[in-house]
Write a protein that binds this ligand. Structure first.
Ligand SMILES: Cc1cc2nc3c(=O)[nH]c(=O)nc-3n(C[C@H](O)[C@H](O)[C@H](O)COP(=O)(O)O)c2cc1C
Length: 258
């Protein structure tokens, strides 16, 4: 069995856990400037730089976002960024060069660019997350910002050709959770082609179920011996996710049919 090689970067990644309680301490501007630079230095599909991030400084806006997310702790996060995929800036460039951006000629509003811009925003957020953790800050990624997209669009004055992707809350950690178990390696990494044999995968999941149950047992949560399978099956049939889909993209100018 190959071993793990440690260095500072790898240790930051291996020790990462989501933090949902923060000390009431401000984060210095130099740290924020540094993590923003780390995000900006991320690769970007075809060099389109098609994402932006909004730092929420106003406590009232933070409280509104916590409400949209239905997660109170977000209002107390010392730093909160909302990452958006952004073709607005590029539409201004194209328009100033004579492109009719409201016509089919403008393809930055179509599905491929939308998904690539979303990738770019996620990669930049992840770089910021890791940079913040390297300063011993705690972070949590927030998909729950999509809980009410029209409200968020209005609150942040998001222009046409932008769309919210994820939030990132960070600050000095006020909790130290143990890392959650991860899947057995051989059902998540494959050699040369996907090994789709159901029994092999489900055997791995049974092993994982027991690990996840043991993890939650130590936290006083009484989950079944199918802990992970139960959680996954519940989410597999949850209709809450339907409200967070891309149906609001058209109102932001995107045409994802193409
Ligand atoms: C795309 C994405 C969206 C997430 N959204 C939320 C969220 O809205 N609220 C939250 O508390 N945690 C959120 N998380 C954190 C996950 O719940 C967490 O990563 C997962 O439970 C594994 O735990 P760990 O990060 O401590 O390893 C999100 C994570 C990702 C990658």
């Amino acid at each position: 069995m190959a071993k793990i090689i440690h260095n500072d970067t790898v240790d930051v990644l291996l020790e990462r856990v989501s933090i949902r309680a923060f000390k009431d301490e401000a984060i210095g501007l130099d740290v924020l400037n540094t993590i923003e630079q780390a995000a900006q230095n991320t690769a970007s599909s075809q060099y389109l730089n098609d994402w932006s991030a909004i730092r929420i400084k106003d406590p009232a806006v933070k409280t509104e976002i916590a409400r949209i997310c239905n997660q109170d702790y977000i209002a107390n996060a010392p730093v909160l960024y909302i990452f958006v995929l952004d073709q607005y800036r590029n539409s201004l460039i194209a328009q100033s060069e004579g492109v009719a951006v409201d016509s089919d000629e403008f393809t930055l509003k179509n599905s491929y660019r939308f998904s690539q811009a979303q990738n770019d925003a996620v990669l930049a957020l992840h770089a910021m997350e890791t940079a913040a953790e390297s300063f011993e800050l705690g972070t949590v990624i927030l998909g729950s910002i999509l809980g009410n997209i029209p409200e968020l669009v209005k609150l942040l004055a998001l222009p046409k050709y932008t769309y919210p992707v994820l939030g990132l809350a960070l600050g000095k950690p006020d909790q130290h959770p143990d890392p959650k178990p991860r899947l057995p390696r051989d059902i998540q990494f494959f050699d040369d082609s996907y090994n789709a044999e159901p029994n092999r995968i489900l055997d791995g999941i049974r092993e994982y179920d027991r690990e996840v149950q043991a993890y939650y047992d130590t936290r006083g949560k009484d989950l079944s011996e199918r802990a992970y399978s139960d959680m996954t099956t519940k989410k597999a049939t949850s209709t809450a996710a339907l409200e967070m889909g891309f149906e609001h993209a058209r109102a932001q100018g995107f045409d994802l049919e193409k």
